[in-house]
Ligand binder design. Structure first.
Ligand SMILES: CC(C)(COP(=O)(O)OP(=O)(O)OC[C@H]1O[C@@H](n2cnc3c(N)ncnc32)[C@H](O)[C@@H]1OP(=O)(O)O)[C@@H](O)C(=O)NCCC(=O)NCCS
Length: 196
């Protein structure tokens, strides 16, 4: 996903499609997340190293059938300063759980450009919560359709959260996806009173 999703996906083996089923433990750990412990902030330049560490921990923990070398190559594709433009532009949201930074994502215009959750904190609802924040930012900029390019391992995650495929698999292994955002709340229309 940029997010890579723009350019961050494995892009290594387009045959890697993770659609694993979930164990009882996954469900329990998801329930364990106390959302009152989850906090969000806009990233600052002194967060760049931390963001890089989270991204690395997220990618190296991907469960899909990815060779360790492929994971390492994906993780090494960016450096801390690769995200400086997005940080300076105020595009990056960091999620912390009980005071620890565990995930981050970014968006610009109608595009979600990154989403990472440290593998140690996966499947607890952090990714969903971050994505909701990013979608709200896209909606606030006036867009009704949000788009991203998913790495193959994350396609099921995005489908779960309402995204649908919007194009064919790209040569870099990413899949374009879109989601329609709920429109702005409309004032109830008041019937025009007819003067008689
Ligand atoms: C993809 C990623 C952001 C998901 O974050 P997460 O915090 O584990 O996701 P959540 O716990 O919020 O999951 C939300 C829902 O999606 C499901 N889900 C999460 N990962 C999934 C996967 N790989 N396949 C299928 N469903 C998945 C969860 O079970 C949950 O469903 P439920 O609420 O109905 O039980 C995280 O795994 C990650 O950082 N991966 C590596 C980097 C990456 O691929 N980023 C995205 C594309 S570049």
């Amino acid at each position: 996903m940029g997010l890579l999703i723009g350019a961050a996906g494995p892009h290594v083996d387009s045959a890697v499609h993770e659609r694993r089923s979930f164990s009882a433990n996954d469900t329990i750990s998801a329930r364990m997340l106390n959302h009152t412990d989850l906090a969000f902030r806009t990233a600052l330049p002194n967060d760049l190293e931390r963001m890089h560490g989270i991204r690395r921990a997220a990618i190296l923990g991907v469960q899909a059938d990815l060779e360790p070398r492929a994971r390492e190559a994906w993780a090494n594709r960016r450096r801390p300063d690769s995200f400086v433009g997005r940080v300076v532009g105020g595009e990056v949201i960091i999620a912390s759980l009980a005071g620890e930074d565990v995930g981050w994502g970014s968006s610009g215009a109608d595009h979600i450009s990154a989403l990472y959750v440290s593998a140690a904190y996966a499947r607890r609802g952090v990714g969903r919560a971050l994505l909701t924040k990013l979608e709200a930012a896209v909606a606030q900029r006036g867009y009704e359709l949000v788009r991203l390019e998913s790495s193959v391992n994350a396609v099921s995650f995005y489908e779960r959260l309402g995204y649908v495929q919007s194009g064919s698999l790209r040569v870099d292994g990413s899949l374009p996806m879109v989601k329609r955002l709920p429109g702005p709340a409309r004032e109830p229309t008041t019937p025009t009173s007819s003067s008689g």
